[in-house]
Design a binder for this molecule. Structure first.
Ligand code: TXA
Ligand code: MG
Length: 356
């Protein structure tokens, strides 16, 4: 299939851009697939109420079909068609965080096919804040199933060029709305249990949710790799976000981390491999490697979140074989950053200490 492209400038949409978006929306109504920007990452959309569209999404991503999709809406009232219950707490969270980077798990109505929910009786719902996403959802009939627009297992796309790398020739349209804002996927919270439980950390933090909902739990598998339990969000069990090369996280005092990494990159370079480092700006100067990605200051978790997936994709662009990353604080937004980084590294962590 030939993929068509729409490139949108920032700011107000021209009439011509709007016509193109209408066409893309129409394509989804007829069962086609359209990749589009959201405030978190690019999504790969299809009509959530059409089982055939969901089947096509799984095929385009190469994604196992037991891994459910998030249904995106563009106004709050639309939720009543797809959920069989909308508890008061969910209403509060919607008021506080929608439109925005929060996905809520709720009991599904009969309108949502099992193909979209991977066979589950619950449905994940998100109301994104990105104006292009909102308009496209409206033009496509109001209910867009959209996973991140990457091939299964690859880092979620933060730019349309990364969507094109994975999806060109596999889907009908790619809408280029420039770089995304947040850079990590939405927070997922299960509202079918009491207290609500976070299944995937994201920009909306546990503290943010607790401020509105009171007690909020965290799926144990987010906190511990060795819990022996299956994650409640089926997608969280897969290796994810992985660059093509090998990534290891190195923890410890900054000077010990730098000497360990430099020793490793030195040996690997001598053996003819291309090496890379992910570092915060505070220590970026202390590394020696072929490619050094400075993802931002340790004081600015938003910047690190914004740059992380892009850095992983750029390593692939540069053909890096072995990558080492500093570890980042786990608090607040850091929880989402470290969750994605640990998955990208397949949980390979080396702890180093200064000579005693
Ligand atoms: O920011 C985002 O959420 C992006 C943008 C495009 O909106 N979307 C996204 O979708 O990250 P995806 O498919 O890559 O991740 C959806 C996650 C998966 O881990 C899936 O298992 C989980 O949500 N999920 C979906 N429906 C669920 C359900 N009913 N119960 C539990 N987990 C669910
Ligand atoms: Mg994904």
């Amino acid at each position: 299939m030939e993929t068509k492209y729409i490139v949108l400038p920032g700011g107000t949409l021209s009439e011509e851009d709007d016509r193109a978006l209408r066409l893309a929306g129409e394509t989804m109504k007829q069962g086609g697939l359209v990749a589009f920007p959201t405030e978190t990452v690019y999504g790969l959309g299809g009509d959530a109420l059409n089982p055939e569209s969901s089947r096509k999404i799984y095929a385009a991503k190469g994604r196992p079909s037991d891994n459910p999709l998030i249904v995106h809406i563009c106004c709050l009232e639309d939720i009543y068609r797809i959920v069989s219950d909308f508890p008061e707490a969910a209403g509060k969270a919607a008021q506080a965080f929608w439109p925005g980077p929060l996905t809520m798990i709720l009991p599904k109505s009969d309108a949502v096919p099992k193909e979209t929910t991977g066979g589950l009786d619950t449905v994940a719902v998100r109301f994104p804040s990105h104006p292009v996403a909102q308009r496209l959802i409206a033009y496509s009939g109001g209910y867009v199933a959209a996973p991140s627009a990457n091939l299964s297992g690859r880092p979620s796309p933060t730019l349309a060029k990364y969507v094109a790398q994975d999806m060109d020739g596999r889907i009908d349209w790619i809408i280029d709305g420039g770089p995304v804002g947040i850079g990590l996927e939405s927070t997922i919270v299960d509202m079918t249990v009491d207290p609500p439980q976070i299944l995937r950390p994201g920009y909306v933090t546990a503290q943010d949710l607790a401020g509105v909902l009171g007690q909020v739990d965290m799926d144990i598998t987010i906190l511990r790799d060795d819990s022996g339990q299956a994650p409640k969000a089926p997608g969280m069990k897969y290796r994810h976000y992985a660059p093509k090369g090998e990534l290891v996280i190195v923890e410890g005092e900054p000077s010990a981390v730098a000497s360990y990494i430099n020793e490793q990159t030195g040996k690997l370079s001598a053996a003819g491999f291309c090496t890379g480092v992910i570092a915060a700006s505070e220590g970026a100067d202390s590394y020696r490697a072929d490619v050094i990605k400075c993802v931002g200051s340790r004081e600015d978790a938003e910047q690190i979140a914004h740059n992380l997936f892009t850095a992983l994709r750029e390593f692939d662009d540069d053909g890096v074989d072995y990558m080492f990353s500093e570890s980042f604080p786990h608090s607040g937004l850091g929880q989402a950053i470290m969750n994605r980084l640990l998955k990208a590294a397949g949980h390979k962590v080396v702890r180093v200490s200064d000579e005693q």
